[in-house]
Ligand binder design. Structure first.
Ligand code: ADP
Ligand code: MG
Ligand code: MG
Length: 511
């Protein structure tokens, strides 16, 4: 890292760790850095919460790399907006006739819904798309070169979570610092090294921008949510911000509820939702929706029947702005991430003079500097697979899925390749493993466990949030970088994913 002698976490005594744990968990519980507990019986409304898993110390990120990642978010916002509006590219890469949709049922289902709407007489009636993005990185510090840089893990275009909770975990570390000075344990722990983080207002601004663009002030924003979601507070803070700062009302519904409550006017294509009675006591009639924000729909289990894909298609068929639209969700596929690394593809999206803004060679070089090598398993006959076998010790294989727990790592790769039908190769990419710095640790605290903080070696993942509103006739992209997230996991776990229970919420100390 910045200094080869950086020792993390700094030395503290056992009783200091206990003090920090008490201050951290009480701060978390009193400031909404919380989850719903795993409930065996679901009461009509929640009666308790538990603190989110958290780290006692923020994690070190080199200042220049952190600033670069935030800067690059503006380019990434535009890049993914352009991918989502390049129909020919998405058909080729993700479609059912030529791309991943042929072999991956989930991708195929989404693509077919989109294709059907494009082909109908009315076509796509809402040109605008909204993206709330999170670009994820890890520090890459290969011992062979001594270089330190951030490399992109993935780019999320749907249900990018932990925005509002990450603001709270940053505030918690700031509080631990103001309250205890971290017992003078490290010269890095000073206030100018704790970067600000205002994801809540930033993400809500993106949703409010779409709502304004829709142009019907009294319409509402629909949050499409999963039943039994435990990470509800992360979503609710956006809801409160929309109401308090923008006077915009939100309705939350699951796909199953929408199956009964959603209707699209055949003439005007206005989407209307009948609220559940408990949601809107004052307004039993259907309300117009300006923007559909998906915190569900990113994984096949959200669509247990074909009818669930039809509900997604119904929402997409309307005038409401989709966050994300189906093409924007497809643009976030791992296969697209890999395709972007092929020669000329980035130039196609960022340097064409047909675009409203043309990027420089330096911008492109900066973007490319964040990539690890990737290739497709169906590349060049058997070549993609044999290369994956050869390099398996330094690889991860990824399918077209989100939400963690889907990848195949290192030693597990050869046997996996033996069992993978040839036809399914096209659904997978191979990616070089990012070499996270060795020897960094932290104290991790989980609610309910054995109690207390566990000191362990860790790997951290930095996410940068951004939004983009795009698709209008002038080809411009209204976009912003709006904050960050750090998730930290024990060194020996391959996967990240706070929701999946493998990692904790953390924050940044710049070094
Ligand atoms: P998902 O969309 O399911 O979150 P990711 O691409 O983020 O998929 O992969 C899940 C996790 O796997 C990441 O959070 C990270 O911990 C690990 N991972 C993914 N790609 C790499 C990589 N190239 N090097 C090291 N770890 C990786
Ligand atoms: Mg993802
Ligand atoms: Mg991820």
């Amino acid at each position: 890292m910045a200094s080869p002698t950086l020792q993390w976490p700094p030395d503290i005594t056992e009783s200091e760790a206990e003090t920090l744990t008490l201050l951290a968990t009480t701060y978390a519980l009193s400031h909404g850095l919380v989850y719903l507990p795993v409930a065996s019986i679901q009461p009509p409304a929640p009666t308790s919460s538990i603190h989110a898993p958290l780290s006692l110390f923020p994690s070190p990120i080199p200042r220049n790399q952190f600033e670069k990642a935030r800067r690059l978010q503006n380019t990434y916002n535009v890049l993914y907006a352009r991918v989502a509006t390049d129909v020919e590219f998405l058909d080729r890469v993700m479609g059912e006739e030529q791309g991943v949709g042929q072999v991956d049922e989930f991708t195929g289902q989404l693509w077919r819904q989109w294709k059907r709407l494009r082909s109908r007489e009315a076509g796509i009636v809402q040109k605008l798309h909204l993206g709330l993005f999170r670009s994820d990185y890890m520090v890459h510090a290969p011992q062979s070169t001594g270089d330190v840089s951030l490399k992109q893990v993935e780019f999320n275009t749907i249900s990018s979570s932990f925005g509002t909770l990450s603001q709270r975990s940053a505030q918690m570390h700031r509080y631990l610092h103001s309250s205890t000075g971290y017992f003078g344990s490290s010269p890095y722990l000073k206030s100018e090294n704790f970067p600000p983080n205002s994801t809540t207002s930033g993400l809500a601004e993106g949703l409010a921008a779409a709502h304004r663009a829709y142009g019907v002030p009294e319409s509402r924003i629909l949050f499409v949510v999963q039943p039994n979601e435990r990470n509800v507070f992360d979503q609710r803070f956006l809801e409160y911000e929309l109401l308090e700062k923008h006077s915009i009302h939100v309705i939350r519904q699951t796909f199953d509820e929408l199956a009964i409550s959603a209707e699209v006017d055949p003439q005007t294509h206005v989407l209307r939702i009948r609220p559940q009675s408990k949601q809107l006591a004052d307004s039993p009639s259907a309300v117009e929706i300006s923007t559909v924000y998906f915190r569900a729909g990113y994984t096949p289990t959200d669509y247990p029947t074909p009818a669930h894909y039809d509900i997604r298609g119904l929402l997409e068929s309307s005038r409401a702005i989709q966050c994300p639209s189906i093409p924007l969700q497809l643009a976030g596929g791992k296969k697209v991430q890999e395709e972007l690394t092929k020669p000329g593809v980035l130039e196609h999206f960022l340097c064409s003079t047909t675009h409203a803004k043309v990027f420089t060679a330096e911008d492109l070089a900066d973007i490319r500097s964040t990539w690890m090598e990737m290739w497709s398993l169906d590349q060049g006959g058997d070549e993609g697979v044999s290369r994956a076998r050869e390099h398996s010790a330094n690889l991860v294989l990824k399918p077209q899925r989100e939400g963690g727990g889907n990848n195949v790592y290192k030693d597990a790769i050869p046997a996996f390749l033996d069992s993978l039908p040839e036809k399914e190769r096209a659904a997978w990419i191979a990616m070089r493993l990012i070499a996270a710095p060795k020897g960094l640790g932290n104290y991790l605290v989980r609610a309910g466990g054995t109690g207390g903080a566990v000191k362990t070696n860790v790997i951290s993942e930095l996410g940068i949030f951004g939004w983009a509103l795009f698709g209008g006739d002038d080809g411009s992209v209204d976009e912003k970088e709006v904050g960050w997230l750090v998730r930290t996991k024990g060194e020996d776990s391959n996967e990240g994913g706070v929701a999946a229970g493998f990692s904790v919420l953390d924050s940044v100390v710049l070094v």
